[in-house]
Design a protein around this ligand. Structure first.
Ligand code: CA
Length: 238
């Protein structure tokens, strides 16, 4: 889950940033509308937390702009005033919810969870490939009906691979979406976690799902080799 915070008040931005990171979300912060729009353009976010009063533009018009640009992320607006007009304008501009300042972090977090849950209900909670299933709400993972216990990082990594299944996922993509970091020395950490994940989901399985693409990254897919292995058995049976 990657979240963008667009907020010029440093205290609020850093308090949200730290809190969300502790909850294992990947988080970026933009200090004004221009930076926010830029980040939303180059990255894909699950949720954008958008302040209504930004130094360079009104948050409402930023929200409208995001929707016009077909940014699908959930948008939670932070309003300083509790005026009905602000709330109505925020929702009309395409925001999914709003929160009036000041707020407690617990309330903010509950809103974030509720929004993400609602989104998953609409899209379906379960991500699947072959006999591997990941429930995005209960956080349960199963392979061939057997439950697999993953750490938070392994879960996020597998979730990311499942969302992008059948596509090559580079280490840069993984570091930016799962770790919220983007420096070169990080690739070792990713390889180590991929190996942990492999040992949990692919070990002793006839069809490994995580494949290394040399010089590029990883891909989660049902490999062609596995499809071939099935064919001779069918021929024998007939
Ligand atoms: Ca502000």
């Amino acid at each position: 889950m990657r979240i963008l915070i667009v907020e010029d008040e440093k205290k609020i931005a850093s308090f949200l940033f730290r809190g969300l990171k502790e909850e294992h979300y990947a988080v970026d912060v933009a200090e004004d509308a221009a930076q926010g729009l830029y980040l939303a353009d180059i990255n894909t976010y699950d949720l954008i937390v958008l302040d209504i009063m930004l130094p360079d533009r009104e948050g409402i018009s930023v929200c409208r702009d995001l929707r016009n640009k077909k940014v699908n992320a959930l948008i939670l607006m932070l309003t300083a005033r509790s005026s009905v007009n602000d709330k109505v304008n925020a929702l009309d501009a395409g925001a999914d919810d709003y929160l009036t300042k000041p707020f407690a972090f617990e309330e903010f977090l509950a809103r974030v969870r509720a929004l993400l849950r609602r989104e998953h209900r609409e899209k379906g909670n379960i991500l699947k490939i072959d006999d591997l299933e990941l429930d995005q709400v209960s956080h349960k993972v199963k392979r061939a009906g057997k439950e697999i216990v993953l750490t938070n990082k392994e879960f996020s990594l597998l979730q990311y691979l499942l969302i992008h299944q059948e596509q090559i996922v580079t280490r840069t993509m993984i570091s930016e979406h799962v770790w919220n970091e983007s420096f070169d020395s990080f690739t070792n950490v990713i390889d180590v976690h991929i190996n942990y994940l492999r040992s949990k989901i692919d070990k002793e399985q006839p069809c490994p799902l995580i494949h290394t693409v040399r010089g590029a990254g990883y891909i989660l897919k049902i490999s062609d080799d596995n499809k071939k292995e099935i064919l001779p058995k069918k021929r024998l049976a007939s």
